[in-house]
Design a binder for this molecule. Structure first.
Ligand SMILES: Nc1ncnc2c1ncn2[C@@H]1O[C@H](COP(=O)(O)OP(=O)(O)OP(=O)(O)O)[C@@H](O)[C@H]1O
Length: 922
């Protein structure tokens, strides 16, 4: 039975973000292999079948979970003679369920890196793994031991099958998988055998034999995944990943656009000219000329011994092919904030104006950015490009009434992520998105998706951290000859972020495939593979340029010289009334926390309790008047049955919607991923989550992670489309009493020089409303900036704020800008300010650093002063302690010794952190 072929169905494609045509051909075109020989031909249905696509959805869901390698099973790929897919030794292959196979409903296909089927998993093995795969309990992938590159007739090929599952499922799953352990010895004995081997010093994973530095990098990357909220850590990892790049000695552009050339109103700085040349080279990559030349995007020339015909080998995936591989054009500009990525990109457009792209592409560049930086691009063009040298157009809001042909005549078109997402054709709602079917479309795509761009640039491209998000898919759908990402933080949460960027950029084919990136890089890194860490480092070396404010040129001089920056911590004493309320709330919250720990769950709404305590530190009227009472009376253990949203009373629904709206306005985090809510939903028990996070939880355990209330997908509610999330213009709240923090802030503002401008950051827009009320009372001119403001308004606000105070414009010239910490701050130039107030400490020091970077950047002439307001003896001082401890841990993790202890300390640290925040004695 095992050698018998199971025929493929003719329609096997599933949906994944479509690939742009024709510059970046589909995988089957781009990495086409040798023509099949007569011996390899097979039945017609297979011949006409479209190339097999990967299942994007299941990839995404499983990638968000932390699966662990349970066991590796040596097995076969069978029925190889019926398929045309070729594989090399060591190549990773995708194992995909084929439930509609007419001969075996348990069938599992084996698919190579170019999407072609190689064969099937043996029937007996498939029967065991198929039900587990169907229930999303395991993920499997294969690594080829045998190969069929010799083109002789093969019926089966040896393969290692790697079975992954969640660590928390071990208890239930191991009995189901005993048959897969070597000699069916069972997991316990397998572990004992592995431990004995490790004790003999044979090394774990495939990290054995690799240098200590490689192993160390692997360990660091693993920690990155574990401590995903630690952005500083991510920055450090970027430093490690880019440590070997010799950026100081990059050649400058021979004739960059400049004052002298009449294109720019400024000259590029030397590091910007180097970046320009690097970008030009990466838009025109050249395959290695001969055997032995350095690989380009991992493709190397290969000449088999004794044979004359050379072929190509992808040294990352071990994929061979005869036809010339297609190279991606573009890359990632990951320079630190404020080094001039915007200006360099404009210089690229100017420098390549006369090199017309191949037909059918136009000469137009599309720049996609968050709404908050749209006006910054307009301003940079206005400030730095000589009038008439670049024709630019902003395609947003009222500017949308223009067709594809007109757009393609511009040199630069500016737009936002939301706009490109909205231009995607709407899927036909009645079409079931069943397996094997692509959603049909009813509406046509918008003009942006119709233009054949010379290049597309994703500014602040790290926002595309999720391959399933509409804007990521929309960027992938844009048709362009060259593709770029600009971001100071290419890795935000984990190395997977870099994989997403490769996918969006179509670079390093076939590593741009999420499934292959995961198999080759993410999973092995988790398993401690130094080789995979080295591969990740190599990917970075191929596609990314990064310098920071600390980088030095070849003479040892810093790239940019900036004025001094001074940090001050300002302790604030709560007023007696707030102090009393805070202490009561803390005692009650601690009780709730302990109760939930005692019952063994995440129990009570931990995050929401922490948020309320933080709001109390800012201004007591930010929490509901009856909050303490509610806290005392809430029965956290009363879960109740799952409720379908459709059965809720209208007033219950309204309450939930209001709660969700508030959570979004307050930038509350999702308590599954600890990130800002993405595509938010609220449960019938009143907890907000990202849609993807809560869907995954429901699929797994159908209980709310906050209060164990039973949930189903029907218990989720989203905001109605007509609800207005935008900041109510000039929202000003006159607080009943002035909180200690607001009083302290005003004290400083009054003491500053009348010409000094100040940024006031808070995570809570509702707090900024209260500050606004007090500033109004005090007659201190201020403005507000918020991520949800219309583009025109933002531009006006920034322009107004950036106007220096002089004798004649003092009246109404804002000296304070109120700005929310997490929305809208990235990418802004606010150098008119030299004082920064951080009103509430944030867990991620990197977010605060980003805020400070709005002011401490090129163009700043004064010393920058940063004031952190900390409410004494509250959760805020504890947050700082935790932040510091985490920074210490990060520092330690970079020392070579003690990393295992660091890891253990971190795990324990999470729980200890919570105890500390609630004031529960250790
Ligand atoms: N060569 C230059 N001459 C004069 N000013 C410059 C030059 N390069 C950059 N600047 C100014 O420095 C500031 C920062 O530049 P820019 O906004 O391009 O940085 P960035 O790397 O895109 O920053 P971010 O990561 O925050 O988006 C801008 O005000 C810009 O006008």
């Amino acid at each position: 039975m095992e050698g018998q072929a199971i025929h493929a169905e003719s329609s096997t494609s599933r949906s994944r973000p479509p690939r742009p045509a024709p510059s970046t051909p589909s995988r089957s075109q781009g990495t086409k292999r040798r023509q099949s020989t007569p011996a390899e031909t097979h039945d017609d249905s297979e011949e006409d079948a479209p190339p097999v696509e990967l299942d994007e959805v299941s990839y995404h869901i499983s990638d968000r979970s932390s699966h662990q390698l349970y066991v590796t099973l040596r097995t076969d790929v069978v029925g190889v003679q019926h398929y045309r897919g070729l594989v090399g030794r060591g190549e990773y292959v995708v194992l995909r369920r084929q439930p509609n196979n007419p001969y075996d409903s348990n069938a599992v296909q084996v698919i190579n890196a170019t999407g072609q089927q190689v064969g099937h998993v043996p029937r007996a093995v498939a029967a065991k793994i198929a039900p587990l795969m169907d229930h999303n309990l395991i993920t499997v992938e294969g690594r080829m031991i045998g190969q069929n590159l010799d083109r002789s007739m093969h019926y089966k090929l040896k393969m290692d099958m790697l079975i992954y599952a969640r660590p928390s499922h071990r208890y239930a799953l191991e009995p189901e998988l005993e048959w897969a352990t070597p000699g069916q010895q069972g997991f316990e004995r397998m572990r004992q055998a592995q431990a004995a081997q490790a004790a003999k010093g044979k090394g774990a994973g495939d990290g054995g034999g690799l240098s200590e530095q490689e192993a160390e990098l692997g360990r660091l990357l693993n920690k990155l995944t574990e401590v995903k909220e630690e952005k500083k850590f991510a920055n450090n990892v970027m430093s490690v990943l880019t440590a070997d790049l010799d950026v100081a000695n990059l050649p400058p552009h021979p004739s960059p656009p400049s004052l002298a050339s009449g294109d720019l109103l400024v000259d590029l700085l030397p590091h910007q000219s180097q970046a320009l040349q690097w970008m030009v080279e990466h838009e025109n990559p050249v395959l290695p000329k001969k055997v032995g030349d350095a690989p380009v995007q991992f493709w190397a020339r290969h000449a088999p011994e004794g044979k004359t015909q050379e072929y190509w080998v992808n040294i990352a995936t071990k994929t061979p092919q005869v036809d010339n591989p297609t190279l991606g054009r573009g890359g990632i500009i990951a320079d630190g904030m404020g080094l001039g990525k915007t200006l360099t990109t404009l210089a690229l457009v100017l420098a390549t104006r006369n090199s017309k792209p191949a037909s059918p592409f136009s000469n137009a560049t599309l720049i996609v950015c968050p709404l908050s930086v749209l006006s910054n691009w307009e301003k940079q063009i206005e400030d730095h490009v000589v009038i008439g040298k670049l024709k630019s157009y902003t395609y947003h809001g009222a500017g949308k009434g223009i067709g594809a042909t007109a757009l393609s005549k511009y040199d630069i078109v500016l737009t936002t992520y939301q706009t490109i997402a909205a231009e995607m054709p709407a899927p036909e709602s009645s079409t079931p998105s069943g397996k094997g079917k692509k959603a049909k479309t009813t509406s046509a795509s918008g003009p942006l998706l119709k233009v054949k761009w010379k290049r597309v640039v994703a500014d602040e491209g790290h926002v595309m951290k999720n391959t399933k998000a509409k804007m990521t898919q929309a960027f992938g759908d844009l048709q362009a000859e060259r593709r770029w990402v600009c971001t100071g933080t290419p890795i935000v949460n984990s190395a997977a972020d870099l994989g997403t960027l490769l996918t969006c950029l179509r670079l390093c084919v076939p590593l741009d495939d999420p499934q292959i990136f995961k198999s080759l890089i993410l999973r092995p890194i988790k398993a401690g593979s130094g080789e995979a860490s080295r591969l990740l480092q190599a990917v970075v070396g191929q596609v990314l340029l990064r310098r920071t404010k600390e980088s030095k040129d070849k003479k040892g001089k810093k790239l940019v010289t900036l004025p001094k920056i001074e940090y001050y911590q300002c302790p604030v004493k709560l007023d007696p009334e707030t102090r009393k309320l805070y202490d009561d709330v803390q005692v009650e919250s601690a009780k709730r926390f302990q109760e939930s720990v005692a019952t063994g769950g995440t129990g009570a709404n931990v995050l929401s309790m922490l948020t309320r305590m933080r709001q109390l530190c800012l201004s007591a009227d930010m929490i509901p008047a009856d909050y303490l009472e509610t806290l005392r009376n809430t029965d956290t253990l009363n879960a109740g049955p799952s409720v379908s949203i459709s059965s809720l009373q209208p007033e219950q629904k309204d309450k939930l919607i209001e709660k969700l709206r508030q959570a979004i306005a307050d930038q509350e985090e999702c308590s599954v991923c600890f990130d800002v809510l993405d595509d938010p939903r609220i449960t019938d028990c009143g907890h907000p989550f990202c849609l993807l996070c809560i869907t995954e939880v429901i699929n797994r355990q159908a209980l709310c992670p906050m209060d164990r209330h039973p949930l189903s997908l029907n218990s989720l509610l989203e905001l109605p489309p007509d609800i207005d999330l935008s900041l109510v213009e000039d929202n000003v709240v006159k607080p009943r009493t002035r909180s200690a923090k607001i009083a302290e802030l005003v004290r400083y503002l009054k003491a500053f020089d009348a010409n000094d401008k100040t940024l006031v950051f808070s995570q809570f827009t509702t707090f900024l409303d209260r500050v606004a009320g007090v500033l109004q009372e005090e007659g201190i001119p201020f403005c507000r900036f918020d991520g949800t403001m219309p583009a025109k308004k933002r531009q006006q606000v920034i322009a107004q704020f950036q106007t220096p105070v002089t004798g004649d414009n003092r009246d109404g010239n804002p000296v304070v800008m109120l700005i929310s910490l997490k929305s809208g701050a990235v990418g802004l130039n606010l150098t008119a300010a030299s004082n920064v107030f951080l009103c509430d400490p944030w867990w991620q020091s990197a977010i605060e650093a980003q805020a400070v970077d709005r002011v401490h950047r090129m163009g700043q002439r004064k010393t920058v002063r940063v004031f952190q307001l900390i409410a004494e003896d509250t959760i805020e001082s504890k947050v700082l302690d935790i932040q510091k401890r985490k920074d210490d841990l990060v520092a330690k993790a970079f020392e070579k010794s003690g990393t295992r202890e660091v890891k253990a300390a971190k795990k324990q640290g999470r729980f200890e952190d919570l105890k500390e925040l609630f004031g529960v004695a250790k």
